[in-house]
Write a new protein. Structure first.
Length: 138
């Protein structure tokens, strides 16, 4: 399992993210509303342009809850984020995560690499349906 998959699973994405084969699990079936009678006009569809996706998951709220009582700077530190999630934050694992996410700089554990990793991880969580504050994306 990839490091990023472990991160997603630790934040409780289990069963809601694409599988290793790229197939997204199907949502639970919903009841189909009865067809309106010919004399009853069909209700107007609800606007969806501003609605959040059903699968959106509040990353910050979940992490904040996990971090209660812990002295970790998970909002900006990839090492602390990984520690919070119970994932080995060793340089070897951060190098693997960097390669998964497409980092092109030196895989040396520098501050530059770690800052990039944190932001890239948050962007990837957002791409996968996570609700991540803009301050954690840029």
């Amino acid at each position: 399992m990839s490091i990023f998959s472990k991160i997603m699973d630790a934040i409780s994405w289990k069963g809601t993210r694409p599988t290793q084969t790229g197939q997204t699990p199907k949502p639970a079936p919903t009841a189909t509303p009865a067809a309106p009678s010919p004399s009853t006009p069909a209700p107007a569809p609800a606007p969806t342009a501003t609605a959040a996706p059903v699968s959106q998951f509040d990353v910050e709220a979940n992490l904040a809850e996990m971090a209660q009582g812990k002295d970790l700077n998970w909002r900006s530190s990839i090492v602390d984020l990984m520690k919070l999630l119970g994932i080995d934050s060793s340089l070897a694992n951060r190098k693997e995560l960097a390669q998964e996410l497409g980092y092109t700089g030196a895989l040396d554990g520098s501050a530059e690499m770690n800052i990039w990793l944190h932001k890239a991880t948050m962007r990837k969580l957002a791409e996968n349906g996570g609700k991540v504050p803009a301050t954690m994306l840029d």
